[in-house]
Design a protein around this ligand. Structure first.
Ligand code: F6P
Length: 319
């Protein structure tokens, strides 16, 4: 009977549990055995894996985080780390593996495939949505909704006090999350790493908004575009209005996945296990225009800059 591993790597993302559940149940449907690798790449290096019966994934679909947990393992880039993983794979006797994570995890998966000839399929999961080859990655929709909810709440207090708020959202070097938070909340300003900005222009726009009768100014900053603390400081130096800051941080990564993420993760996890067990590997599963698409694990064109620009332009135009 084939033994198929499942691992979550990189930063956790809401919906990873739904993906694990789909992989495990699909593997058993095929008459194979599911092996859960605990603690991500570090757990793999320590051969920390155990059989996951179909029943072991009951009651996890709606839960945030990852029941398998996730740890980074930079040693995989070294000879010693690679040797440890090779030894662990022999011990675990895996015939294939589904890797759920972001680009870093896919580089690891590609290495497993090339170095150890282990069939692998990747499932994109990161709140950054910066993975080329899929319209959405697991966790993005949940993070977007959490951030939108937070901005709505902050806006109430901002309006009451006539304040400017600078709100920093995650996304690493990619600005889509910030641009779409801005669009969904009607924010007055949005700063993303892909598009240069001038702090004096930002201040002029904010002041113009107050002149037109606004009671607040919400500025959404992608973490890759600058620190909220710095931007707030610069605004307070230029404008005679109080500016406050909020860094949403890891709040965006936790909590129950949205229905969208549960469905996305279920579809992708199932498809990944199907592909692996029917002989397709060395790929990641994506969904583009609502259809499955497979792409190379690492050789993919960069993330979708046009989407960031479209969202940014619309947020700016209407904000
Ligand atoms: O990649 C997901 C992400 O949450 C990024 O948005 C953020 O920059 C980073 O991970 C934070 O990493 P850590 O949890 O290691 O601080």
């Amino acid at each position: 009977m084939k033994r198929i591993g499942v691992l979550t790597g990189g930063g956790d993302a809401a919906g990873m549990n739904a993906a694990i559940r789909a992989v495990v149940r699909t593997v058993w449907h095929h008459g194979a055995t599911a092996i859960g690798i605990k603690r991500g790449w570090q757990g793999l290096a320590e051969a920390d894996g155990a059989v996951m019966p179909a029943g072991s994934v009951s009651g996890i679909l709606h839960k945030g985080g990852t029941i398998l947990r996730t740890f980074r393992y930079p040693e995989f880039a070294t000879d010693a780390g690679t040797a440890a993983i090779g030894k662990a794979l022999r011990k675990l006797k895996l015939d294939g593996m589904v890797v759920i994570g972001g680009d870093g995890s896919f580089r690891g998966a590609d290495k497993l495939w090339r170095t150890f000839d282990l069939p692998v399929v990747g499932v994109p999961a990161t709140i950054d949505n910066d993975i080329a080859g899929t319209d959405r990655s697991i966790g993005y929709d949940t993070a977007l909704n959490i951030a939108v909810d937070a901005v709505d709440k902050i806006k109430d207090t901002a309006s009451s006090h006539g304040r400017i708020f600078v709100i920093e959202v995650m996304g690493r070097n990619y600005g889509l999350l910030a641009a779409q938070v801005a669009m969904a909340t009607g924010a007055e300003e949005v700063l993303v790493p892909e598009i240069p900005y001038d702090i004096d222009d930002v201040c002029r726009r904010i002041e113009a908004g107050y002149d037109q009768g606004k009671y607040h100014a919400m500025i959404i900053v992608a973490e890759g575009a600058g620190k909220a603390s710095y931007i707030t400081y610069e605004i307070n130096n230029r404008l005679n209005r109080p500016a406050r800051m909020v860094v949403l941080g890891h709040v965006q990564r936790g909590g129950a996945p949205t229905a969208f993420d549960r469905i996305l993760a279920t579809r992708m996890g199932h498809q990944a296990a199907e592909l692996l067990l029917t002989g397709t590997h060395g790929v990641m599963v994506g969904i583009v225009s609502n259809r499955f698409k497979t792409s190379h694990l690492v050789k993919r064109t960069g993330s979708d800059l046009a989407s960031v620009k479209r969202s940014w332009e619309l947020a700016k135009l209407l904000g």
